[in-house]
Design a protein around this ligand. Structure first.
Ligand code: SF4
Length: 349
């Protein structure tokens, strides 16, 4: 309890600062729960500046929860192309269908109900419930964990679930009436002042007077992040097959990593030109006219890393088991994951 009471002092300086300095963001101007929900899901793993254009385009195409419930998966994934973590988009749609069926299309108005929807965890439920419905619940993300750890001088590993639980409990005890503004202010402070890497901007921070990390010169040591993610490394050879003005793509499996997205033909391992040619003749009955190396690229997912090498090849005839599309269609219609974008940009037709 001692710890919780100690945190009460942050409320007023934080709210005053947010009122004056908080950025004007598209999803903040109206307290529409759909907009807040969408922005929070997009902002997981992606920075605000990058999200803005996705957010505007998404709402232009899918302006309401009802539209989201009815959208075709291919269109949904195309709108999400580049944001990664495509299950977030699929969960948005699943949740929208539940909202239409069970809540007549209106976002449920309580933290507990929100938490039951697919893809909505404690943080997102807290953000929507507090910002749209003024419910006094915290919303603890990485930014908030960093700010609170620094203020309190805590050296607990912020990657441990117990740390998140404790910070959530600390904040629950002090949630003010302006719960939404308070949560947004904490997130905003973490985004623009109490920066994660390099130096936090302590001299202009509204909480600098009592911040322990600042006082004790611990900002480079806090937050502590010790749990290391072990990533599996995989090698892949990417093949851009070109026949006339068309390139070949295929749809990925409906389950697993990048489910349902489209990809270029690819093979496990780092293959030489000769090995690729043999593979294409043996497996796809394709005769190669021209072959060119188009570079190497590594893409990092949360639990796996793909080290890729690419070839562009011209073939005389299409193989009907592949989907042959023109570059224009590739841009407009087919969702290609970020992992393959490096090679997509290299296509020369
Ligand atoms: S004073 Fe510095 S370390 Fe403390 S909360 Fe502010 S920016 Fe972060």
């Amino acid at each position: 309890m001692e710890q919780e009471k100690k945190l009460e002092w942050i409320i007023h300086p934080l709210l005053n600062w947010f009122e004056k300095e908080g950025r004007i963001l598209p999803w903040r101007t109206e307290k529409n729960p759909y907009y807040i929900w969408l922005s929070e899901i997009m902002l997981q793993q992606t920075r605000i500046e990058a999200v803005k254009k996705y957010y505007d385009r998404f709402l232009e195409e899918i302006p309401t929860i009802k539209d989201l419930a009815e959208v075709k998966e291919e269109k949904l994934l195309k709108l999400w192309e580049g944001l990664g973590y495509y299950n977030r988009a699929r969960n948005l749609k699943k949740a929208a269908q539940i909202i239409v069926e069970q809540y007549a299309g209106a976002m449920p108005a309580s933290y507990e109900q929100l938490l039951k929807l697919p893809g909505i965890g404690e943080y997102t439920a807290g953000a929507i419930a507090s910002i749209a419905y003024h419910e006094k619940v915290p919303a603890v993300d990485g930014n908030v964990l960093r700010v609170i750890s620094r203020i309190t001088g805590s050296k607990q590993d912020i990657l441990l679930p117990i740390t998140k639980k404790q910070v959530t409990n600390q904040l629950k005890q002090i949630m003010p009436e302006e719960a939404g503004n308070f949560n947004e202010a904490l997130m905003e402070l973490g985004e623009i002042i109490c920066l994660p890497n390099g130096e936090p901007l302590c001299t202009i921070c509204p909480l600098k007077e009592n911040c322990i990390a600042k006082k004790e010169n611990l900002t480079s040591q806090i937050p502590v992040r010790e749990v290391k993610i072990k990533r599996r490394k995989e090698e892949k050879t990417i093949i851009i097959l070109q026949c006339g003005k068309k390139v070949a793509i295929q749809k990925r499996e409906s389950k697993g990593l990048l489910a349902g997205m489209h990809q270029f033909l690819n093979i496990e391992g780092n293959l030489t030109k000769e090995e690729v040619i043999k593979y294409l003749i043996d497996n796809w009955n394709l005769k190669i006219e021209q072959i060119e190396e188009i570079g190497e690229y590594t893409h990092i997912f949360s639990h796996v890393e793909w080290k890729m090498k690419g070839y562009q090849m011209k073939v005389k005839q299409e193989n009907s088991k592949l989907l042959w599309v023109e570059q224009k269609e590739l841009e407009k219609q087919y969702p290609i994951p970020t992992a393959f974008q490096f090679f997509k940009k290299k296509i020369k037709i």
